[in-house]
Unconditional design. Sequence first.
Length: 279
Amino acid sequence: MSNDPSEAPHTLRSIQEMLGLSRSAIAGLIANGFVSPSRGPRNEYRFSFRDVVLLRTAHQLQAADIPTRKIVRALQRLKATLPAELPLTGLRITAVGNTIAVHERDSQWEAESGQLLMDFEIAAARGSVAFVEHLRSEDPSLGQALADELFAQGEDLETRDCEAAELAYRKALAFAPNHADAYLNLGAMLCESERHAEAVALYDEALAHCPREALLHFNRAVALEDLGQLTDALQSYERCLQLDPSLGDAHFNAARLHDHLGHKQEAIRHFSAYRRLQK
């Protein structure tokens, strides 16, 4: 068993945050032989990509009341076929009837027979593994409820673990792609860490789902300013104000940009609107 951290980059804490499992739940899965993590230099558990997939699968099967012996058989087959590292093409594990099916590009294979109440994807997310749950389309309210819960987790994590907060927001958006608040908070985090281009791309995605959310246009404009794309930023400020003329900061920022670009009359108009809103 290798002790190289690069081969097993995930710690027990990161697994807890990634999968939403308690320390005792993970310990139980290890004790039942579902996964055999390696040990780090201080004898701490270290988990590989394959371990993460097996833990997640075992947890979901246990939650579905699948007998332990069936879970062990499924995981033995699954473990033999999973790559040690995340493939560039991505990997998808789905429930097909009563079969665990593993898909990669145009190929698929069975892990083991047995009822499985799970459907998730695995994809690269800034060096970690992200699980994107798939909800049945006939129950969108469940997706919104889960997204709201993940959003609250993200807010709570922001001050102490930015990476975990970012993951929570992204998972919330996977459940509810129209969750404007998750886009706003995640975009602000990206800008604060000077990932302005990523923020703009995120806001573009957000506006495809929430085109009439004025604050998304405003935050997109701020990110574009940080990238030096002043004309595009000005257009976003103007669109923001079309949707909500009462946003004083948008008037002020638009006035600044108009003035910088030599649009004197437009600058005066926005400065005047800003002053009126301050009374």
